[in-house]
Design a protein around this ligand. Structure first.
Ligand code: NAP
Length: 493
């Protein structure tokens, strides 16, 4: 067992040594064609943690072949059997939470305490969908004219391609794999190149839980375009579920259209955080710390911009800056660290450029504001006050620990600010007036609202966005629908 207080180099080695590094195809771990590998790097040190198989097109098509081969038998497996596999996997993940959290911190950078939170969140999707597996139901009706009987059944969509990002290395996988398994679909999973290790461990855990060979296939690659496109073009594929940037999502939607695939797209965000004059300001600051700093700001749900009523803006900025400035920055394995490194140099350069642009447009740096020197991609928690309307960081996804604060004068202006974006994933609203809370929630063009709360994610709730933030929902009772097809059978009366 490892905790933040006791992590040693031996713990790190032991956890890394336990990760399979091949491709999972038809129940067997194997090398990529030609034996190619690519490195996985620790963003806190820049050092290589492991080398994993670097799949080519041929490997991905072999993985699809394995998924297709068992689709029919897997669809026939009793729902309870599928449920119990998920339940066992849930138990195993929770039993190994410390090792999985350490692995996640090593490859992604977030502090170990946060990684433990993600591991529990990820496992919860398996528990939730184990409970949903037995509740898939259709309906029966007489036609209104009495002339026929109608039977409606729900069946698995078929072989699915799941593509996931690096920021939540385990949960973005289980949020798709859980409902796919519960529904009776087979899978080709392509995890992110920067964080494949958590997903590879999951392959082992599901096999141990009794998942039949070929139901889950995992393809790691440094050539995502070359590997995913042919699988999406293959007529045996039935569905694409993607989480990542809007830019790549749009590209994959185009590819999926050629084969008329069912698609679920969880894309980028640009969450506004609105603080009305009747808000409890201390509760708003607590919520802001969570909504901004969770996952080092590298979350699609991260509060991207704070719109605060003019009367409260200065007090809010000072209190938020005090909290953020006190957060300890460092390697996520060190005790007491609350802010890890950003994922890579490009990510940090983007954050730096956005902050410089805001300052050029007149913003005042209350805390932070410059990248930290030394190894790793560290950027300090930063608060910017008086951010001008033309600043890029009000319009672009920041993906880092930067809180820009702008002001508004009235409710209409706050809503106009909030909706002035092509994105529509989540908005946060702080007010103690229940009428305002509902009125504002109705007018916000977002898939999710955090009302006096800085965290919305919950496996039992429908997660997803509108506009350029995506299509479909993950989690909740809605999540399994994405993996089911409706079949209508007409019968004589
Ligand atoms: P990304 O660059 O879009 O990558 C996501 C996944 O797509 C990765 O597995 C990536 O592989 C793969 N990919 C990249 N180019 C591809 C191509 N041409 N063909 C097929 N696959 C391709 O996003 P990211 O930087 O990993 O993640 C950050 C983004 O994800 C942010 O915009 C964030 O808001 C969004 N996100 C959304 C949600 C949500 O639920 N709405 C949740 C988490 C994150 P490589 O790793 O090899 O590049």
């Amino acid at each position: 067992m490892t905790t933040a207080a006791t992590i040693t180099a031996d713990d790190e080695r032991r956890v890394l040594d336990g990760v399979p590094t091949g491709l999972l195809v038809g129940g067997t771990w194997r090398a990529a064609k030609g034996g190619a590998v690519f490195p996985v790097v620790d963003p806190a040190t820049g050092e290589t943690l492991a080398e994993v198989a670097d799949a080519r097109e041929e490997d991905a098509l072999a993985a699809l072949g394995a998924a297709v081969a068992v689709q029919e038998s897997w669809a026939q497996a009793p729902p309870r059997e599928r449920a119990e596999i998920l339940r066992r996997a849930y138990e195993t993940i929770m039993a190994r939470v410390d090792d999985l959290a350490l692995l996640m911190t090593l490859e992604m950078g977030k502090p170990v305490a946060e990684s433990r939170g993600e591991v529990a969140y990820a496992a919860e999707f398996f528990r939730w969908f184990s409970e949903e597996a037995s509740r898939i139901a259709g309906r029966y009706a007489r036609s209104p004219d009495g002339g026929s009987r109608m039977l409606v059944m729900r069946q698995p969509v078929g072989p699915c391609v799941l593509v996931t990002p690096w920021n939540f290395p385990l949960a973005m996988g289980t949020r798709k794999i859980g409902p796919a398994i519960a529904a009776g679909c087979t899978i080709v999973l392509k995890p992110a190149e920067q964080t494949p290790l958590s997903a590879l461990m999951l392959g082992d855990i599901l096999a141990e839980a009794g998942l039949p060979e070929g139901v889950l296939n995992i393809v790691t690659t440094s050539r995502p375009g070359e590997v995913v496109a042919p699988v999406l073009a293959d007529s045996r594929t039935r569905k694409l579920s993607f989480t990542g940037s809007t830019e790549v999502g749009r590209l994959l939607l185009g590819q999926a259209s050629g084969n008329l695939l069912r698609t679920s797209m969880e894309l980028g965000g640009n969450a506004p955080f609105l603080v009305f004059p009747d808000a409890d300001i201390d509760a708003a600051v607590d919520g802001a710390v969570l909504a901004k700093m969770r996952n080092i700001g590298e979350a699609c749900t991260a509060a991207n911009r704070f719109h605060v009523h003019g009367n409260l803006a200065e007090e809010f900025a000072d209190k938020l800056a005090e909290r953020l400035a006190a957060m300890r920055v460092g390697r996520g394995t060190e005790p007491g660290v609350e802010v890890g490194p950003l994922i890579d140099e490009d990510g940090r350069n983007k954050v730096s450029a956005l902050v410089r642009d805001a300052v050029d447009h007149g913003a005042r740096v209350v805390t932070g504001g410059e990248p930290l020197p030394g190894a790793g991609y560290f950027y300090p928690p930063t608060v910017l006050a008086g951010v001008g309307a033309g600043s890029r960081l009000l319009h672009e996804e920041i993906f880092g620990p930067v809180a820009p604060i702008a002001t508004f004068a009235d409710e209409d202006e706050a809503i106009a600010w909030a909706n002035d974006t092509p994105y529509g994933l989540v908005a946060y609203v702080y007010t103690q007036d229940v009428n305002r809370a509902l009125r504002v929630s109705e007018r916000l063009d977002y898939g999710m609202i955090g009302l006096n709360r800085g965290l919305v994610s919950n496996p039992a709730a429908p997660f997803g966005g509108v506009k350029h933030s995506g299509l479909g929902r993950e989690g909740g009772i809605e999540g399994i629908d994405e993996f089911l097809e409706t079949k209508y059978i007409a019968m004589p009366a």
